[in-house]
Design a protein around this ligand. Structure first.
Ligand SMILES: Cc1cc2nc3c(=O)[nH]c(=O)nc-3n(C[C@H](O)[C@H](O)[C@H](O)COP(=O)(O)OP(=O)(O)OC[C@H]3O[C@@H](n4cnc5c(N)ncnc54)[C@H](O)[C@@H]3O)c2cc1C
Length: 380
């Protein structure tokens, strides 16, 4: 069978792209290696995403508007989001729902591990392991196959550079850890992560606790073990999961007949490792560009230009933040101290929830700058 578009990967980026294409009447196949896949992920999503993609209430296990940041010296800052919340989802349910929406819109869903993609005529020929799916012909391709993208490799996209390796464990609630059930905790502490952070995310019936690092010399399991000890948990997790987080966009993620979206394109923001929003936004923008391309022959690179125009300032800002403050515990200590400022919290939460860089008034910028200098000199 020949399709207009084949999407490789059925996570949030691929599922959204499939739904948008199918709704526009484009014949679309989505190939996912495993419909039962449980993507290792904290599952924290901003309110803006929930509203834009009309995520059903039953998928949001928790709505959290309180967050605690903990410094290396144990200083704790508690923050309250005035205008919204972070939603907690469970990826196995979330991804399944998004794929079902794509199918409802008219996309074909097929299970199989894509092993080869080759140019053929005006399009591509796609094969799966053991020919689980008969060879697929498609005029165009969307690579939505995550951090280790087969599509990117097969079509020679520029390599993806910066990757955090992250691990997470799930702990069923017990009376001892119930106190974490209604607040997000973020730990900035080199004993937990030398260059990223540790997180405690509450879900309906468990805590998801994890850490990550870019540093290949660090033993991730040892960092996670220390984190769990520091929190004071003695119970055993019921699930261990680990995966890469690609925190830098590829130099280019568009070709004449193919695009990459989500993690495959490297669209996860530095400093916070947020990828679900950018996966879904890039899936949507990529699919819209694909529709224009198929119907009106408009070049696909419009997709990448639009994405960069919208989000490059956020990626840049967070890259600067990470490179300045995540370098050592003295700087992390300053960072947490700065987070105690109401204006910093307001700007951070407004930017996070709706992905808009909210320019602070000049007076606020000066106040934040002077606090920065003060804390950096004082070292706390
Ligand atoms: C430990 C951890 C915690 C995280 N926490 C958060 C968080 O709290 N909030 C947040 O916003 N982001 C978080 N992220 C990042 C987020 O998970 C990703 O950015 C997001 O899943 C990207 O979506 P995607 O659809 O692009 O890729 P993925 O979700 O990785 O989906 C790719 C899909 O492609 C399939 N696939 C791969 N190869 C093939 C192949 N060859 N053939 C067929 N199918 C294939 C996979 O099975 C998978 O279903 C976290 C990441 C990690 C590792």
């Amino acid at each position: 069978m020949r399709y207009d578009v084949a999407i490789i990967g059925g996570g949030p980026s691929g599922a959204i792209a499939a739904a948008v294409l199918a709704k526009a009447g484009i014949s679309t196949i989505l190939v996912e290696r495993n419909f039962e896949n449980v993507k290792p992920c904290g599952g924290a999503i901003p309110l803006g995403l929930i509203e834009e993609f009309q995520i059903p209430a039953e998928l949001i296990e928790k709505k959290l508007s309180k967050m605690r940041a903990r410094s290396p010296k144990g200083r704790v800052i508690e923050m309250q989001m005035p205008n919204g919340y972070v939603g907690m989802v469970r990826r196995e349910k979330f991804d399944r729902y998004l794929r079902s929406e794509a199918e409802r819109a008219g996309a074909t869903l097929a299970e199989g591990l894509v092993t080869t993609i080759s140019h053929s005529g005006d399009g591509f020929l796609i094969n799966t392991l053991n020919d689980k799916i008969p060879a697929i012909r498609a005029r165009r391709i969307i690579g939505a196959d995550g951090a280790n993208s087969k599509t990117a490799e097969a079509l020679f996209f520029p390599s993806s550079e910066l990757k955090v390796i992250a691990m997470q464990q799930r702990f069923k609630y017990t009376p001892a850890i119930q106190k974490f059930s209604d607040i997000i905790e973020i730990w900035f502490d080199s004993e937990v992560s030398p260059d990223f952070y540790g997180w405690i995310f509450p879900k309906a019936d468990h805590l998801a606790i994890g850490t990550g690092t870019e540093d290949k010399n660090h033993n991730l399991k040892a960092l996670q073990k220390r984190f769990i000890e520091k929190i004071g948990i003695t119970d055993l997790p019921y699930l261990d999961e680990a995966a890469k987080i690609p925190m830098k966009p590829r130099r280019s993620f568009t070709q004449e007949k193919a695009i990459l979206v989500g993690d495959a394109a490297g669209l996860v923001t530095p400093a916070n490792g947020e990828g679900i929003f950018f996966a879904m936004r890039s899936g949507k923008l990529g699919a819209e560009a694909m529709i224009e391309h198929i119907k009106k022959r408009i070049p696909l690179h419009n997709y990448e230009e639009k994405f960069r125009k919208l989000y490059a300032p956020i990626f840049f800002g967070l890259e600067v933040l990470q490179s300045v403050y995540y370098r050592n515990d003295r700087l992390r200590e300053s960072f947490v101290a700065i987070c105690s400022d109401d204006d910093v919290q307001r700007i951070t939460f407004d930017s996070y929830l709706y992905k808009k860089m909210v320019p602070a008034p000049w007076s606020t910028q000066m106040k934040i700058l002077s606090k920065n200098i003060f804390h950096l000199i004082k070292g706390s």
